[in-house]
Design a binder for this molecule. Structure first.
Ligand code: 5GP
Length: 202
């Protein structure tokens, strides 16, 4: 079966558990990859260049923007992030499905440019729980946590235009829901018909 790769665009306010959820499903689905973004943010302890992000200078990032090398890019919490167009095109042509863990501004840019992407939003069960999760994450300063909570209210409102919303209350349930979306989208009639087009030629 040969079909084009599917773009799964996943957004959430930080602390909703998006990164952990994405890692979980990438380990399960052999045909699913994570799109490694470019960022001007400095690496956090344990982060690896080329695996978590491509960490680049502001000058290099601006050069890539000017050269049209990004499918989308945005400023998030004072740093710049972008998805390389080339990476997406390569995955699509090779029939590899890809998860883009990006913010709402970037998701909107893709929605306007591409057809066929699947937009998934991960919500925390409550603001109280979101704050608790951010407080227990030791890597960020109090100032950064406050900034993220303020941004969360805006991001949560953006969830309205996404195709799917998953509430990450019980993690194992959220994983099952995300897996279900990924599987169902692979069975969408238009995609299956493309993959077995010869069956429809007679
Ligand atoms: P963090 O710095 O915590 O890894 O990510 C901060 C935010 O930037 C998250 O909401 C994440 O989804 C978003 N982000 C990561 N990569 C990209 C990207 O390539 N484009 C956009 N628009 N947002 C991104």
């Amino acid at each position: 079966m040969k079909r084009e790769g599917i773009l799964f665009i996943i957004s959430a306010p930080s602390g909703a558990g998006k990164t952990t959820l994405c890692k979980e499903v990438i380990d399960i689905f052999p045909n699913l990859r994570h799109s490694v973004s470019y960022t001007t943010r400095p690496p956090r302890p344990g982060e690896v260049h080329g695996r978590d992000y491509f960490f680049v200078s502001r000058e290099e990032f601006d050069r890539m923007v000017a050269a049209g090398e990004f499918a989308e890019h945005a400023e998030v919490h004072g740093n710049f992030y972008g998805t390389a167009l080339k990476t997406l095109e390569e995955y699509r042509k090779c029939g590899i499905d890809v998860i883009l863990d990006i913010d709402c501004q970037g998701a909107r840019q893709l929605k306007e440019k591409y057809h066929g992407g699947v937009y998934i939003f991960i919500l925390p069960p409550s603001f109280q729980e979101l704050r608790r999760r951010l407080d227990t994450r030791s890597s960020d300063s109090d100032e950064i946590i406050e900034r993220r909570i303020r941004g969360a209210a805006w991001e949560i409102r953006e969830s309205r235009w996404y195709d799917y919303i998953i509430v990450n209350d019980v993690f194992s349930k959220a994983v099952e829901e995300l897996k279900s979306v990924l599987i169902a989208e692979g069975c969408r009639s238009s995609r299956v018909m493309e993959a077995v087009s010869e069956l429809f030629e007679i």
